[in-house]
Design a protein around this ligand. Structure first.
Ligand SMILES: Cc1cc2nc3c(=O)[nH]c(=O)nc-3n(C[C@H](O)[C@H](O)[C@H](O)COP(=O)(O)OP(=O)(O)OC[C@H]3O[C@@H](n4cnc5c(N)ncnc54)[C@H](O)[C@@H]3O)c2cc1C
Length: 399
């Protein structure tokens, strides 16, 4: 049965720990209840926020006069092994993403091990096509079952409908009329509410090491094959050293009950204690992860970059070839180093471990994060003429 919670704030439900009070917060436990909750809000014309782990959301401190829905379903279903060595695995949208990775890796399946430790849910993984360490979720997703809010029906979306790109998909673009301009109809929840995602994974105890930093941590070369369990462990270690994991303490508050399995919460708390040497909250992890995407530049912009700036081949939204550079490099070289804050003792700062993460040091409000974001974005634009684009979904705030 759908549970209705009182006195919940977005600060309770998001990894960055900011955001105002929520009028209605619902946690449906069946597919029909998820659809009913979404449908009721849409029929009544009230703002709707379908939330997963709240790890890619920055919400204003103002009251949210609408409905927040968090799918409480966590089931993972395994299909039969196919002759080509693949297995179809389907998971409920509400399933915690890292729980999904842990389970598939423990079943000896290759395909998502490089995405270990990314906070959030299976449902949201396809919204921004999560990626890390040489892997993207797009390469293993075969289909998404979703509720279409426009035509009020369940649909099955395949790769063509999903239109995955770098940190984007048709689900994400359905929320915007133009880049960073929220749609009046579907923001801050996509037109398609994901109900479940089906992946094609490979029956193999080994995966490919797809990224230099990871290869270094494992003492191998990029392209080498390694046990998927070893790749997962190395990714989690590298992420912990950069503060790019969520703070597992967040699952101890009542509003987060049921959002992750009890055994994996205990394991994450243990690993966090080992990594940080303390049982206290780790404010470097109170972030939305990377706050800005890596810019993809046209030929003229790329030519104007300093010689020592990173450059990778990429594709522009127009389909033309472009050059991807590093947002972290631009931020650092524009003078915003790790730990940067606009004033001593400011409640928000860059992570002391990573320039791309804007963090809440314990008492920040949404506006403190926004001021820091504007300062960094404008400083980079002033130094390099490149306007950084925020990665999180930003609700009720103007950057
Ligand atoms: C410490 C940290 C590290 C991170 N590292 C990475 C990384 O390496 N790579 C990367 O790609 N991202 C990374 N992220 C960003 C984030 O974890 C991902 O974007 C993640 O997929 C968000 O999932 P979520 O469930 O928390 O989404 P939320 O923040 O809850 O929601 C984000 C958007 O997705 C929508 N959404 C949520 N559930 C559904 C659903 N069922 N159907 C339709 N829409 C839905 C919401 O409406 C919202 O618009 C990181 C974040 C943090 C805090």
């Amino acid at each position: 049965m759908t549970t209705a919670h009182s006195s919940t704030t977005f600060a309770d439900l998001t990894t960055i720990g900011v955001g105002g009070p929520i009028r209605t917060f619902l946690t449906p436990h069946t597919r029909d209840e998820v659809i009913a909750a979404v449908r009721e809000a849409d029929d009544a014309g009230v703002p709707l926020s379908v939330i997963g782990g709240g790890s890619n959301l920055l919400v204003s401190d103002d009251p949210f006069d609408g409905v927040v829905v968090r799918d409480a379903r966590q089931e993972i279903r395994f299909g039969d092994a196919q002759a080509d060595g693949t297995v179809s695995v389907s998971a409920d949208a509400g399933c915690n993403w890292d729980d999904f990775v842990a389970v598939t890796v423990s079943h000896g399946l290759e395909g998502v091990e490089g995405l270990s430790g990314i906070p959030g849910t299976v449902g949201a993984s396809v919204v921004q096509n999560i990626g890390a360490y040489g892997q993207e979720v797009a390469s293993s997703v075969t289909q998404v079952d979703a509720w279409d809010r426009q035509h009020t029906r369940i649909v099955t979306l395949d790769a063509e409908h999903l239109d995955f790109g770098y940190r984007t998909s048709a689900l994400k673009t359905s929320m915007y009329d133009a880049p960073a301009r929220p749609s009046s109809r579907f923001f801050p929840t996509p037109r398609f509410v994901v109900l479940s995602v089906t992946f094609r994974l490979r029956n193999s105890d080994e995966g490919t090491v797809g990224y230099g930093q990871l290869a270094k941590a494992l003492g191998v070369e990029v392209g080498d094959r390694m046990a998927v369990t070893a790749i997962r462990d190395a990714v989690l270690t590298v992420r912990a050293a950069k503060g790019m994991l969520e703070d597992a303490h967040r699952y101890r508050i009542p509003a987060m009950t049921g959002a992750k399995r009890d055994d994996t919460i205990a394991a994450a708390l243990h690993a966090q204690r080992e990594a940080t040497g303390t049982d206290s909250p780790d404010f470097n992890r109170h972030s939305c992860g990377s706050f800005f995407t890596n810019p993809i530049l046209d030929a003229a912009q790329a030519a104007a970059l300093p010689d020592d700036a990173p450059r990778f081949p990429a594709t522009l939204p127009s389909g033309e070839p472009g050059t991807k550079t590093s947002a972290a490099w631009l931020i650092d070289h524009a003078g915003f180093h790790k730990g940067y804050a606009i004033a001593d003792n400011a409640p928000a700062s860059l992570s002391t471990l990573h320039t791309l993460a804007l963090t809440n040091r314990g008492s920040a409000r949404a506006e403190d994060i926004a001021v820091l974001a504007r300062t960094v974005r404008d400083g980079v634009e002033h130094a390099y003429g490149i306007r950084l684009i925020p990665e999180p979904v930003i609700v009720g705030l103007e950057l």
